[in-house]
Design a binder for this molecule. Structure first.
Ligand code: UFG
Length: 326
């Protein structure tokens, strides 16, 4: 059954992959994006409405114009380091923006939402792998802003019957294999793009932020999950909400941790370049280790990530990055 889906933040890195996945699955996405970080050319033939979640009138207009079955919400500020320096930006965009979206949904009777949450809600977990019932004690304003939204969604389920699925992404990586879209932020702060830009000689080499963490090689460990696998989980979440009421929460990760040094080594293998790097001080807000137990998503959503090999994930990103003319 084709669904009309409002994709907030559909011009961004993960959102634009989702728009493509929705269209491939026969759904009808409408992108709502303020283009603050997104790229209009990445949404292909999808319908587009330029607008901001902080603009209630623009939101009411889009909900008045279309009859949506569901909303997917990717619009957010999402940089851990920036959130420590500019927390107001995070609370306004991520929390107030989502309050507005929920209000517009309520007014127009749209009762299903897939929300982009994050592993940052767990803070600095002590367990080697984290399941959803692990305590949520975020260590930066970004993680706190996302946890506030998850809390709002639980309250909206209880009071208004809103159905939602919050997907706690671990580290999104890679690019669609059919090409044309990838991860491009300006300035770039994410590890994998920065490693690949270093391989291309387009920055001053990779800066490793801290090698004195309590991890096997002293650099931070993360669980990298391919953007295409994130998208298949969102499609499954749409189905899930047709059967299940309430506010569900699922981790999305591969369950394998890779240190910054291991990512650098893998990128050297994939690119064939001896990538230059320096070791710098720690970046504020970074927890040492985040690795997912995603068993709940596998069972409840019937989700199986396809890109389980880190070299393959990096290859898809490399193919896109090395194709860019900058
Ligand atoms: N890193 C470097 N050098 C760089 C960039 C990053 O050493 O140039 C390190 C970071 O310090 C961190 C790791 O590589 O230890 C990963 O950093 P990213 O910036 O790529 O990703 P984060 O783990 O900080 O955050 C990402 C998303 C968040 C999400 C989080 C969940 O940006 O939105 O994953 O794990 F919450």
């Amino acid at each position: 059954q084709p669904q009309k889906v409002l994709v907030c933040g559909g011009a961004g890195y993960i959102g634009s992959h989702m728009v493509r996945a929705l269209m491939r699955a026969g759904h009808l996405p409408v992108v709502f994006d303020n283009l603050s970080t997104g790229h209009l050319e990445s949404i292909g033939q999808a319908e587009f409405v330029r607008g901001d979640l902080l603009d209630m009138q623009a939101l009411r207009r889009v909900f008045g114009e279309y009859c949506f079955d569901a909303v997917m919400h990717f619009s957010a500020k999402s940089l851990v380091g920036e959130s420590v320096v500019h927390p107001a930006l995070y609370y306004t965009n991520n929390v107030t923006g989502t309050c507005n979206l929920l209000e517009a949904m309520r007014e127009s009777g749209v009762g299903r939402l897939v929300f982009s949450s994050t592993a940052a809600v767990y803070g600095d977990p002590q367990a080697p792998v984290i399941a959803e019932d692990h305590p949520c004690l975020p260590v930066n304003p970004y993680g706190r802003s996302k946890l506030m939204v998850e809390t709002m969604l639980a309250d909206h389920a209880a009071a208004y019957g809103l159905r939602s699925v919050s997907l706690r992404y671990f580290n999104a990586a890679g690019a669609d294999e059919d090409g044309g879209i990838g991860e491009a932020h300006s300035p770039e702060t994410h590890l994998l793009p920065n490693v690949l830009l270093a391989a291309l000689g387009r920055n001053d080499g990779l800066k490793i932020f801290g090698d004195d963490y309590t991890t096997p090689d002293g650099t931070c460990v993360r669980d990298y999950i391919h953007v295409t696998d994130l998208c298949s989980a969102h499609l499954a979440a749409l189905e899930y909400m047709t059967l299940h009421a309430g506010a569900a929460v699922f981790n999305l990760g591969n369950g394998n941790g890779f240190s910054v040094r291991e990512i650098l080594d893998a990128a050297c293998r994939v690119t064939g370049v001896d990538i230059p790097f320096t070791v710098e001080g720690r970046r504020a807000g970074d927890p040492p280790m985040l690795v997912a137990d995603a068993a709940r998503a596998r069972t409840a959503l019937g989700w199986t990530p396809v890109y389980t090999d880190i070299d393959r994930i990096i290859e898809t990103a490399w193919r896109w990055h090395s194709d860019q003319r900058y």
